[in-house]
Design a protein around this ligand. Structure first.
Ligand SMILES: [Fe+2]
Length: 285
């Protein structure tokens, strides 16, 4: 299973899709299964999906828009993240499968193994790989850098896709960081997971956070029991409950909002984080 024909090494790392930024990209979010969310980065011809839990709805979404799937990004090996990959490869056998090289045994369909600090170019957009252990030992996140003003001008639009120079880019963080929470600590230590969360906290505040599950309301219902006096958390819970009653999706969040209202991200040290994680694990909300 090789890389797509448009791919190859570039000065920024592996390139997948067109070399120039002449075609503006957009980001959509597709809900699948019970509460999984699949981010889809695309232009008018090609698409990249993150953690496709289920092939059929993703495939249908792409085919309705006549998009060619050129790459699948995996954050970690859990079945509700890699489950759709075999089916998608049947439709688009040339799509690259990007995943942690160190998790090759658990993500066997990968065609491009990556590690912390690697850089890719996808559909003309720059992307950086972040190792964020905790939920699993080899968990990765992908940070899509914001378009610069020069990129936006090259795309023929001052606005670009809304990710202008003032934006913080887009973070695909799988099950490591959730809106108002974080993933369960299945494999890593509190020290590892808290360090991973602090890496997220240090990203530009305007970075949009595209996590892999719609858990925001449940996380906030827990958070208000831990910090009942926190006005920002209470206010966010009320907003999220209103949005969910209307059937809305709470993702993407932003790093700024998470720094303000996510107790896991706000934990000052590993011991404090470990206490919160244990409390949340036992919470019956
Ligand atoms: Fe997971």
């Amino acid at each position: 299973m090789g890389l797509p024909t448009a791919s190859g090494p570039s000065p920024l790392g592996h390139r997948i899709g067109p070399a120039d930024a002449a075609v503006a990209t957009e980001l959509d979010l597709l809900p699948v299964l019970r509460d999984n969310l699949v981010p889809i980065l695309h232009n008018s011809r090609q698409a990249v999906v993150v953690d496709p839990a289920d092939a059929a709805p993703v495939s249908r979404w792409l085919q309705e828009r006549q998009l060619e799937l050129v790459a699948i990004l995996h954050t970690h090996h859990h079945s509700d993240h890699i489950g759709g990959t075999p089916g998608l490869l049947q439709h688009w056998p040339g799509a690259a499968v990007v995943a942690a090289a160190a998790d090759r045994l658990r993500i066997p369909l990968q065609t491009l193994g990556v590690e912390d600090g690697d850089r890719l170019e996808l559909l003309g957009r720059r992307l950086k790989v972040l190792a964020v252990p905790g939920h699993t030992l080899q968990h990765l996140a992908y940070w899509l850098e914001p378009l610069t003003r020069r990129d936006a001008a090259a795309s023929g639009s001052v606005e670009g896709d809304g990710n202008g120079e003032d934006s913080g880019g887009d973070l695909f963080c799988g099950d490591s960081l959730f809106a108002a929470g974080c993933g369960r600590m299945f494999e890593g230590t509190p020290e590892q997971m808290q360090a991973s969360l602090q890496r997220f906290a240090s990203l530009p505040p305007a970075t949009r956070v595209w996590c892999a599950h719609e858990y925001t309301e449940a996380n906030l219902r827990w958070a208000v029991t831990v910090a009942p006096e926190d006005a920002a958390i209470r206010s966010r819970l009320e907003q999220v409950q209103a949005l969910r009653r209307q059937g809305g999706c709470t993702i993407p969040s932003t790093i700024a909002l998470e720094r303000q209202t996510n107790l896991m991200l706000r934990a000052p040290d590993a011991a404090g984080f470990a206490r919160l994680r244990r409390h949340k694990d036992g919470f019956q909300g």
